[in-house]
Design a protein around this ligand. Structure first.
Ligand SMILES: Nc1nc2c(ncn2[C@@H]2O[C@H](COP(=O)(O)OP(=O)(O)O)[C@@H](O)[C@H]2O)c(=O)[nH]1
Ligand SMILES: [Mg+2]
Length: 247
C-alpha cells in the first residue's frame, strides 16, 4: 500500500443502468482493494434488480438526478457531488458491467494518482470492441487535440483523480450524456493536469455483447462523443485545424 495515500479516503463510483448481472461482483471486488474504498452506485432508475443487489453488496445507492437518457454524464456528476459530500480524497470511476474486475484495478489506479493528476485505465480488448473509440474518438482527437492522440482509451470508464481535480473539472460544466468521458480527458489536459494511462489487462464487459452483432446500437454514443469533441475544439480555438486535414 502506498504510504502517501493509505490514510486518505478513497471512493469508488459505479454509474449503473440495469446491471443486475454484474453489480454485486463489481462492488464486492472493489471493496477488496487494499485502499478499503467506500462504494457509491449512481443508478439510472434501473428496471431490474440492480438497486437491491447493490445495497446488499454494501454500496450506497443514489439515483441520478433525472430520467433523461443517455445519462452517463448526469450520473458521473451526481456521483462526484455525493463523493465530495462525504469528503472523499480520491475518487475512482469504474464501469459496473465489467465481468473480470479485480481489486488490483482499483489499487493500480489509486497508486497512479501519486505521481500524476489523472490515472486512466487502458486494456486489451476484443478486436470488435470499442468501435466509437477506434472510428470516432481517436481519429477526431488526432485532428483537434493531437497532443492527446497517444491516449489509448480516451473513452475508458476507469478513471481516478484527486477530489480537488474533479472539483475543478466539475466547475467547467461537463456534458450530460456520453460525451462526458472525452470531455473530462480534454478539459483535464487543457487545464494542465498530468494524465497517465495504466494497463489493466484484459477488459470483458457485458455491454459489448449488446452491440457486437449490431454496431448501430452505438449511434447515440458516437454522435454525442463527436459533438463533445467539436464543442471542445471550438472552446479551445482548435476548430480550424480541420482545414489542415489532407484527404
Ligand atoms: N446512471 C447511469 N449509468 C449509465 C447510463 N448509461 C450507461 N451507464 C453505465 O455506465 C457504464 C458504461 O456503460 P456501458 O454501456 O458499459 O458503455 P460501453 O462500455 O462504452 O459500451 C456502465 O456501468 C453502465 O451501466 C445512464 O444513462 N445512467
Ligand atoms: Mg461496458
Amino acid at each position: 500500500m502506498n504510504k502517501q495515500i493509505s490514510s486518505q479516503k478513497i471512493v469508488v463510483i459505479f454509474p449503473a443502468k440495469n446491471e443486475e448481472n454484474t453489480i454485486e461482483h463489481v462492488i464486492t471486488t472493489a471493496k477488496k482493494s487494499r485502499y478499503n474504498p467506500e462504494v457509491i452506485v449512481v443508478d439510472a432508475y434501473s428496471s431490474d434488480a440492480t438497486v437491491e443487489k447493490a445495497k446488499k453488496a454494501g454500496a450506497k445507492v443514489v439515483q441520478q438526478d433525472d430520467r433523461l437518457f443517455p445519462a452517463k454524464g448526469i450520473a458521473m456528476k451526481k456521483g462526484l457531488n455525493e463523493a465530495i459530500s462525504i469528503n472523499a480524497d480520491i475518487i475512482v470511476f469504474l464501469d459496473a458491467d465489467i465481468k473480470n474486475l479485480t481489486p488490483e484495478w482499483i489499487d493500480k489506479l489509486v497508486d497512479g494518482c501519486t505521481n500524476c493528476d489523472m490515472a486512466r485505465g487502458y486494456y486489451q480488448r476484443h478486436t470488435r470492441d470499442a468501435a466509437v473509440t477506434k472510428l470516432i474518438a481517436k481519429p477526431m482527437m488526432h485532428i483537434f487535440f493531437p497532443e492527446l492522440s497517444n491516449i489509448e482509451q480516451p473513452l475508458g470508464g476507469e478513471v481516478c483523480a484527486r477530489t480537488e481535480v474533479w472539483k475543478n473539472l466539475l466547475e467547467k460544466n461537463p456534458p450530460d450524456g456520453w460525451g462526458i468521458d472525452i470531455w473530462f480527458l480534454i478539459e483535464a489536459a487543457m487545464s494542465g493536469y498530468q494524465i497517465k494511462e495504466i494497463f489493466l489487462g484484459n477488459k470483458e464487459h457485458t455491454s459489448f455483447e449488446d452491440y457486437r452483432e449490431d454496431v448501430s446500437k452505438l449511434a447515440k454514443m458516437a454522435e454525442q462523443v463527436e459533438f463533445a469533441i467539436i464543442k471542445e475544439a471550438t472552446r479551445h480555438g482548435r476548430i480550424n485545424l480541420h482545414k489542415d486535414v489532407k484527404i
